[in-house]
Ligand binder design. Sequence first.
Ligand code: UT7
Length: 315
Amino acid sequence: MHVPQKVLTNADLEKMVETTDEWIQSRTGIRERRVAEVGTTTSDLAYEAAVEALQQAKLAAKDVELLIVATTTPDMLFPSTSCLVQQRLGATGAVGFDVSAACSGSVFAMITAQQYLLTGRYRNALVIGAEVLSSFIDWTDRSTCVLFGDGAGACVMQPVSRGGILATDMGSDGSAAEMLYMPGGGSKYPPSHSSVDQRLHFLRMNGTEVFKVAVRRMAESAKRVMADAKLTPEHVECFIPHQANTRIIEAVAKFADLPIEKVYMNLQRYGNTSAASNLIALYEAVRDGVIKRDDHVVMVAFGAGLTWGSLLLQW
Ligand code: UT7
């Protein structure tokens, strides 16, 4: 994983918008988040996380065959961020493309890579979730600017003879697209003086509605992968939910009967890093010994689209 050095605390935000540390902590659980310096791009963070993942997996960049970057905040609309990361890594033998599934991105990208590994088409996949959300946040909108942060997580995926991904689930519902979206910059509202004046190039969200759907969809999805793998929450050692909000996570745990002490959370330190969130959480849970060899882990995500997904893996 890689996060920018710069820490933006709730106290810092109190000086920028009308909010309080007490409101942010009690409504979201977030204490601080990382924010990239101006000029730092999503591919910069993705590259750093990828280098560490390749080192840990003892895999040379030239041997990567599939390189997927999940991001909502690509360096540019095109080319894909994965092509930019490919170039920096020297992963000349890989095919790269991006996955656009907002906060569900890392789970969607891992499931996508798994499919290629299962068919035998590729044997070495590098999956990255990376975001510089701070570039797309309206720093005058207190209802969104307190929630998000920048960062990247990465993993190498290869065929395994035991364990690995045992069950997956993905879903989407475009009827709720405008619950969480950034209207400007695409073919609908190309950049113009008017689009900038209307602040169309910033993230917009109906937080309360997103909250409700997120709880229901994530709880259903987590239950589905456990049922598919014929496991119950007692068999699962660690749940890695999308790190958006402690209240969302607690409600998901309640509705899916997941013991809260098995639910990993690090959003206090990073906020919602969207497509990077599940992979950063997985990285820290493994690093800190929360996840051990053979443990069953459920990763569950939810994001704009709306999208949701889960995977159950044996580490
Ligand atoms: O990856 C998925 C991405 N989306 C999310 O993670 C967001 C999901 N939604 C949420 O996390 C929650 O809906 C929020 C944290 C955004 C808001 O919590 P809430 O329980 O839905 O809202 P609330 O009823 O507690 O608070 C709303 C009030 C409003 O004031 P009025 O209209 O009730 O007077 C807001 O203006 O809180 C006000 N408010 C704030 N007050 C202080 C909104 N943002 C802030 C703020 N500081 N930063």
